[in-house]
Design a binder for this molecule. Structure first.
Ligand code: UDP
Ligand code: MG
Length: 332
């Protein structure tokens, strides 16, 4: 049991990118769900450079409710960075991450909080069913979680999204990890602490369309693999070794053929195939190494993860995040 009092505050972080059709309903349901927990709460909306009316709607909502805070980013930085910005601005003893499209049920927040009160530090949602998403998306997502677990030494919970509750100490732990390619569900799994799943059915989007087209999804998956595993690097070595061994074997066979038989290959086909195969292996390996080198380059630049255009509803505008950006910039 956790020791809580009337000052306990829960933050709900909501990344929003072009969610004008959903945001008002989402806010209504989130406020209702948060009130049910009986604790104080704040809603931290991160407006991720939307090009529609989301920013205006959020500003209006903020004016009518002092528990709403809005962080407007200077441009679109992507889902994972938006969540990070939200975490840095949240001040609660526990932080809930939830999407703005009502695919994750706000009603479940009470259950997440109940587990937190029981002493769990991370309560993460696991999707048993995904409604309203294409077969392609659900199947590739399924495959991805299994693939990454096969490669990575930190098991990432199967079929868990970013919908979860984290205790303050977990939030601080995650924020102390400065990497740029943020695969948050992997990072949260990596930090440890007491974690428990909660199962739920994922519904269809309330309104609007997915902001994760195939290209973004692929990039996200690559972040998951390359930030959490060096197995692909080893794979490159193994591939190289196997193809060299095959080449050696082929060479031996050719020599034996030449010595003990009267016929040997005159054609170009085998030669050509071998060159193609080895060229392919080499390019793949260079590509794999390139992924890591590229990421190292990105990290080496030490750029801040995002910039804030405007903050609304925060008691103190010289917030922690400003301090963080300053410290991050002054890192050696
Ligand atoms: N999102 C964001 N920035 C982006 C893309 C998405 O803040 O660049 C938000 C989006 O508004 C939503 C959440 O991240 O609240 C999840 O995005 P989406 O629902 O499009 O992803 P899906 O559920 O289809 O995987
Ligand atoms: Mg969604």
């Amino acid at each position: 049991m956790r020791d809580l009092d009337e000052n306990t505050c829960i933050s709900i972080v909501v990344p929003c990118f072009n969610e004008e059709d959903a945001i008002c309903e989402t806010n209504r349901q989130l406020v209702a769900a948060a009130e049910k927990t009986g604790f104080q709460f704040e809603l931290v909306y991160v407006e991720d450079g939307s090009t529609d009316a989301t920013a205006t709607l959020l500003t209006d909502l903020q004016r009518t409710d002092g528990r709403i805070r809005v962080v407007q980013l200077s441009r679109n930085f992507g889902h994972q960075v938006a969540i990070t910005a939200g975490l840095e601005h949240a001040s609660g003893d526990a932080v809930v991450l939830i999407d703005a499209d009502l695919q994750d049920p706000p009603d479940l927040i009470a259950e997440l909080v109940a587990h937190w009160i029981d002493g769990w530090d991370v309560v993460y949602g696991v999707r048993t069913e995904r409604n309203g998403e294409t077969l392609f998306k659900t199947q590739t997502a399924k495959l991805f979680y299994r693939f990454i677990n096969a490669l990575s030494s930190t098991p990432v919970p199967l079929d868990a999204g970013d919908f979860r509750l984290m205790d303050r100490k977990v939030v601080n732990a995650v924020l102390s990890m400065p990497e740029r390619d943020r695969f948050l569900r992997g990072m949260i799994a990596w930090v440890g602490f007491r974690q428990i799943p909660v199962y739920y059915q994922r519904s269809a989007r309330f309104a609007g369309t997915t902001k994760y087209p195939f290209k973004k999804m692929l990039h996200f998956a690559m972040d998951g693999v390359f930030s959490f595993s060096v197995v692909p690097l080893k794979l490159a070595t193994y591939l190289g070794l196997i193809s060299s061994f095959l080449a050696l074997l082929g060479g031996l066979l050719a020599i034996m053929n030449r010595i003990w038989t009267n016929h040997w290959v005159i054609g170009w086909t085998s030669l050509f195939l071998a060159i193609l195969f080895l060229g392919g292996v080499q390019l793949t390996c260079v590509g794999i190494i390139g992924e890591y080198v590229g990421r190292t380059y990105g990290e080496a630049k030490h750029r801040p993860l995002y910039f804030v255009q405007e903050r609304l509803g925060f008691p103190d505008t010289s917030s922690r995040e400003v301090h963080r950006q300053a410290t991050r910039n002054s890192r050696p």
